[in-house]
Write a protein that binds this ligand. Sequence first.
Ligand code: CA
Ligand code: ZN
Ligand code: CA
Length: 575
Amino acid sequence: MTDRTDVARVLGQIAAFLELKGENPFRVRAYQAAARAAADFPHDLEAARRSGALAETKGIGPATLEIIEDVLDTGTSRALEDLKDEVPPGLVEMLQISGLGVQKVRLIHEHLGIDTLSELEDAARDGRLAGLPRFGAKTAENVLKGLAFLRQTAEHRLVHHARAEARELARVLGALEGVRRVEVVGSLRRHMELIRDLDFVIELGGRVETLYDRLGRAPGVSEFVRHQERAVTLRFTTGTVADIFLATAEEFGFAMVRATGSLAHLAQLEARAGAVGLAWTDAGLLDGAEPVPAPDEAAVYAALGLQWIPPELREADGEVEAAAQGRLPDLVTLEDLRGFLHCHTNYSDGTSTVEEWAGAAGAAGYEYVGVTDHSQAAPYAGGLAPEDIDRQHTEIDAVNAKYPDVRILKGVEADILRDGSLDYTPDVRRRFDFIIASVHARFGLDQEAMTERILTAMDDPTMVVLGHPTGRLLLSRDPFPMDLDRVFAKAAARGIAIEINADPQRLDLDWRSVRRATEAGVTISLGADAHGTSGMANMEIGVGIARKGWLTRDMLLNARGLDGFFAYAGRRRNG
Ligand code: CA
Ligand code: ZN
Ligand code: CA
């Protein structure tokens, strides 16, 4: 899945590489400008490329357009890959240290032959850096501070990017001699919405020291940052930092629990260990001087008198108490989903056809697909004009006749307008099987006005789901202010579902608020917000967020069969 963030990152990297190579500053600035234009681009890049709007965009010229098209088509850029062969990646990383601009980095490289962060650290400590022209002791000191800061605050990434990289790194680690097993742990395993560093647990099949050496030389490793007792931190050429925990088979379960976290959850487990007469130590769980056997996680939790706790729940929000009482929720799974909701077709800003959605959803085992293109108030996304609706409904009828195993529902994602009314006339709205109503414009209202706008929308009898309720875009746009509790109360009273939008840029409703919603009696709808059939994969990420919100199958609209879905959707319309 390619998005603005990918494109902007590639363009920004190209700018940095060109600058390090000493290219013409005008050329460098052209790439920087294009990176900003892509990051701030308000519409779908692929759609804008096809309409030609992208080529007209200020800041994007013929050379940078070619790069963007390459990234959209292939997920990467030839030009960037070529530059990577010419410039050592460590130099690009050095640019992130405050006080080190391109000129200083080039000086360091040319005078000291340094091209990794660890070499830079050595030179800052042993006086070589301070000895460079225009550097001095103060600069060397600042570089050390900058390095420490960089290691702490490695950039947050969207979860689908982190997942893809973790899969690749797990493959690299698993191929090393002396590694029996690799598991992805940390915040990624807990299904957090943003990921900083990656964490792995490795089962040792040999001597620790030999493995340290192999890890440092593994493909893609740019720096062996440090090793502590049974833990190694590596930096990869992609800039990713990975903590790798090493464990024997007998202690593997304990290592998994520790490396999965969260810290707050672990603090509660430690207290629990004390309460049941065990000791929670760096070396493992101890009963007196004896280690408690911990080959798997269930053994660790059982020793503490607890049910095994799913990783998504390990956030110190009541899960340890519930596990002690044997009352952990039976969390929803991907297999529980019967309907695939919220997808866009080529009638608005999607890339797949109705028929392609039927095929993909049928193959994935869904019983129904809720197609929801944008409504007419959304010309930016090619929203459906009333005559498009006729064409699309005819097409859906034909596809339904052709694919008896999966039912395409005639939905729409209708804009909630400034005054809280929904797009289209009531007659047009009644032509749809169901309506997801969402805010796509006028985000700048204050909390009172925004809350009133949403509450007003909920008076409409055709509204079935409130889409991406807070409008946030992770790493780029904050949620708009809204009184969630008032919205939850009205949604529960009216029988309107609230969406967990599974687009990895949204993941909105935030999992931290899902329990408040369900405790208020709200039904949740898990929507893929997919713009092409490759977005089927969003649902897996969305299920992780739903599980983090303690969601069980009965709370989820699209875990119901088709009759149950229609009963919910039609209740207010006919009443
Ligand atoms: Ca970590
Ligand atoms: Zn939307
Ligand atoms: Ca959209």
